[in-house]
Ligand binder design. Structure first.
Ligand code: F6R
Length: 634
């Protein structure tokens, strides 16, 4: 989504701004811009539609672009089409006040009308953001300081915002403000200060940050001094300084053509990392970063997330109910926000978010906290807003920075953490009452988890096979994905990946639902891809697949090596390796667990299928149209 950056110090700001924007670009790339304030109090703005490269061309050619105070922005359009004019920064009429904004001002129309009617202001853009610059300008013209003008402006805003502001009247300052949108101050080492909407943009300069809280303001000065205020202009003393632990973001494709492909191939090593931090030699599961009390005496679990994180949560629900027998619901964060949350102190709310900054998820968590629910965050970002809401109960998915907009490695690592959690909760709940069979099952699953990295590697080594089998379908306009049980969410995730990066119509269905309606859409132009791995649902899914084939649909399947039945029935198979001891659990008499780990295998060909189709079709694989990495608006 949109990214904000800023620099104030003694050096030229432009290089810092551009390098920070480079880090944030993968999160929103409709347009980008910078504003610089020089020693003569001149403000220059450069902005351009499209990728950051367009802005860099503009700034490279601008010899007179100077200033040691500056702000910058990379945009994902919410209000107003992607264009040069709608790109940030925005200014008031005489360009004395310049702002960049993330978020949505809900009452902007009313404010705009007021500014037009009462102050005869001519707007240049279609954005909601522009009103902020004009409002601040109006209050400044009434004699107020920048701080007081900003406070008066904020009092009139309804909605979410992270704002960075520079102005001619107070040229040695950057002002910041935020509400329901992240904004961070970076404390530099040379009496300089930075700001950004995401700490990853700051790590190349400093690891000391202050995270602004909702309805707080900050004033950054030239000599490294900063002050925070509340909306009553009262100074907030000793704000908490956090020390970031991550490494600067290395934008390196490691020889792969796209980040997406690199990230798909990183999955086995991430699962290995998770195994070594959470599962010891004696098969004990540890969550050192989680307050163990919150996992005890739970009578209900709510999982929430958006998009891919939601699908990981769907698999988690199945695991949690199957293994721990705790009633578990899964909700889209945005839907949980649409009604009162039924939660109490015995409810565990598991919020899943790679970025930890997804607005819907943060708002839903805040509302569950008010109901007394216990919060467990599953995130990739220890310093994120979600992790700070969850206080000490955060499970880190340890996936490393996911640059590609389409989530892959974060999905499997979220799922893996949920498997570990489900087993841990099953153990805690049953405690001494664990029956021998339960213990046996849980130990078997824990033992099997260790094979996942190598099986994923084997599946990845077949990438070329998957590529050659899927390319003949590149011209189709639609795809259907079918799965059952633990592989139903994988069918949904496979469809999501395909639509995100190829822009094809792709729909995932629970296989059993096909004949309750969707089968009407089937014809010879719509390939049906079924997940057909050994387990209790295998034959039922195979029948659904044959029913589609009977009606003309080309039938494709993710099938286990040596599955001759599927080879006979299907048009095209994508073979995957089997877990080394998959026969054992059946022999133990627990057939229901036969496919429990199969999502880690079935998802690999689906990710590769989406990738190879998109690459073949010449799509912008890492930065698909209309999307953004971290969705910080509702
Ligand atoms: C899909 C994708 C999105 C995100 C969703 C949640 O490939 O990337 O659907 O999964 O926006 O994002 P996080 O996990 O950051 O909350």
């Amino acid at each position: 989504m949109c990214g904000i950056v800023g620099y104030i110090g003694k050096e030229e700001a432009l290089g810092y701004l551009i390098d920070s924007l480079r880090v944030l670009e993968y999160r929103g790339y409709d347009s980008a811009g910078v504003a610089l304030l020089d020693n003569q109090k001149r403000i220059q703005i450069k902005k351009s539609k499209g990728k950051l490269g367009n802005l860099i061309n503009l700034t490279d050619n601008a010899t007179d672009l100077h200033g040691s105070v500056g702000i910058g922005h990379t945009r994902w359009a919410t209000q107003g089409i992607p264009s040069d004019i709608n790109a940030h920064p925005h200014s008031n009429t005489d360009t004395s006040v310049v702002i960049v904004h993330n978020g949505i001002i809900n009452n902007y129309l009313e404010l705009k009308e007021d500014l037009i009617k009462n102050y005869k202001i001519a707007f240049t853009s279609e954005t909601d953001s522009e009103i902020v610059a004009h409002l601040i300008g109006v209050f400044q013209n009434q004699g107020l300081s920048l701080k007081d003008s900003l406070i008066k402006t904020i009092e009139r805003l309804k909605g979410s915002y992270a704002l960075a502001i520079i102005c001619k009247q107070e040229p040695d300052k950057i002002f910041l403000a935020c509400n329901e949108a992240p904004l961070i101050i970076g404390i530099g080492n040379n009496q300089d200060l930075f700001c950004a909407s995401d700490s990853s943009a700051l790590l190349q300069y400093t690891n000391k940050i202050i995270r602004l809280k909702d309805l707080e303001l900050a004033e950054l000065g030239r000599n490294g001094e900063y002050k925070l205020y509340d909306l009553h202009s009262k100074e907030i003393k000793n704000p908490e300084i956090q020390i970031l632990t991550g490494d600067p973001l290395l934008l390196d494709k490691a020889g792969f053509k796209h980040y997406l492909l690199k990230e798909i191939h990183e999955q086995p090593s991430i699962i290995r990392k998770l195994l070594s931090s959470h599962l010891d030699e004696d098969l004990n599961i540890q969550f050192p970063e989680v307050d163990s009390q919150i996992l005890k005496d739970i009578d209900r679990i709510i999982i929430l997330g958006c998009g891919t994180a939601y699908y990981a949560g769907m698999v988690g629900k199945i695991l949690l109910e199957t293994l721990s027998h705790i009633p578990t619901e899964i909700e889209f964060s945005s839907e949980l926000l649409a009604r009162p949350v039924l939660a109490n102190e015995k409810t565990l709310l598991i919020a899943i978010s790679q970025s930890g900054e997804t607005a819907d998820t943060l708002l839903a968590v805040k509302s569950a906290i008010q109901k007394g629910a216990r919060i467990l965050a599953v995130t990739n970002r220890p310093e994120s807003s979600l992790a700070s809401l969850a206080k000490k109960s955060t499970v880190l998915i340890q996936a490393g920075v996911e640059v590609s907009v389409a989530a892959t490695k974060s999905f499997t690592s979220q799922m893996f953490c949920l498997y570990l959690l489900a087993i841990k909760l099953a153990e805690l709940r049953s405690d001494k009452k664990l029956s021998a069979a339960n213990k046996e099952e849980l130990n078997w699953i824990k033992g099997e988890l260790r094979y996942i990295p190598q099986i994923m590697e084997q599946a990845l080594s077949r990438a070329e096979i998957y590529r050659s089998k899927i390319l003949p379908f590149a011209g189709r306009h639609a795809f259907i994905f079918l799965g059952r049980g633990v592989n139903y969410p994988i069918a949904l995730e496979g469809a999501l990946k395909l639509k995100e990066i190829t822009y094809m119509q792709a729909t995932g269905y629970a296989a059993g639902e096909m004949k309750h309606g969707p089968i009407a859409t089937i014809d010879e132009n719509i390939p049906t891809l079924s997940i057909l791995l050994p387990g209790p649902t295998y034959h039922k899914t195979l029948h659904n697949c044959i029913e589609a084939k009977t009606r003309g649909a080309p039938s494709l399947g993710i099938v286990a090596d040596g599955d001759n039945e599927a080879i006979r029935e299907l048009d095209v198979i994508f073979p995957v390796p089997q877990m080394p001891s998959s026969g054992e659990i059946k022999a133990l008499g627990h057939k229901q667990f036969e496919d429990i780990l199969s999502p880690f295998i079935s998802v690999i060909p689906l990710q590769l299928i989406a990738y190879y189709l998109a690459e073949y079709m010449g799509k912008d694989v890492d930065q698909p149209r209309n999307l953004a990495k971290s969705v910080t608006v509702e």
